[in-house]
Design a protein. Structure first.
Length: 225
């Protein structure tokens, strides 16, 4: 069978990396490590408030920690110290979604070109990719800070396609965000695959998957077509 689809490009957070669970594990660990200076705050309160302020990663960590320090009136820890701790320690708490490696290996064995596009800080996101052990699977990795552009800007999708040497209509983009991932990919003619996230509603993608393993069935259906 000749593959109709030549490339698959992924988002990172919420698609390959289970960011919600990773954040919970990290912030729990941060509280434990700084317990002597945070023990005037119940751990559950610290975790809950961080998650609220973080807004699933769409608020800068500078603002998150500035607000935490102000609200908890903590004179023993600075925003800068907590922020630096986040930048250096989060990677040790990265949790992949199930079947991450087996799916990437399966796609690689089908001779598909693989790419990754992530909005975020360059070295921070690359550290997470490396800790997940998936860097070697990708033919191109674009991170918004290093590229000077971010999803849903069509130019970042187009750059990935150019580097993979593939046409947009012969490529899939897999992501969780309705606008940044799905609409952004659709705007340049890519086939969009939404990895369902119940936080978002009414996402209009060509395909919807519940987990990464379902992606293999999508590819089989497309290549039969």
């Amino acid at each position: 069978m000749i593959n109709i689809i030549k490339a698959v490009i992924f988002d990172l957070d919420g698609t390959l990396l289970d960011r919600d669970q990773s954040v919970i594990q990290f912030i729990d660990n941060q509280y434990q490590r700084y317990h002597e200076r945070l023990n005037h705050i119940p751990k559950d309160t610290y975790i809950r408030r961080f998650i609220e302020l973080d807004t699933r990663g769409y608020v800068s960590k500078e603002k998150v920690y500035q607000t935490l320090v102000k609200e908890f009136k903590n004179t023993n820890l600075t925003c800068e110290a907590l922020l630096q701790d986040y930048r250096t320690q989060f990677k040790h708490h990265c949790i992949p979604f199930p079947n991450l490696h087996s799916v990437l290996e399966g796609l690689h064995n089908k001779n598909l070109r693989l790419g990754l596009i992530s909005n975020g800080k360059g070295q921070f996101q690359m550290d997470n990719v490396e800790v997940l052990g998936i860097k070697e699977y990708f033919d191109t990795i674009l991170i918004s800070e290093w590229e000077g552009m971010k999803k849903p800007d069509p130019k970042i999708f187009q750059k990935a396609l150019h580097q993979l040497n593939v046409q947009s209509n012969k490529s899939l983009f897999v992501g969780d965000h309705p606008e940044k991932d799905i609409q952004g990919a659709q705007n340049i003619g890519m086939i969009s695959v939404w990895k369902r996230d119940d936080y978002w509603k009414n996402t209009k993608a060509e395909y919807i998957i519940e987990n990464l393993q379902d992606l293999l069935s999508v590819l089989e259906e497309l290549n039969k077509g």
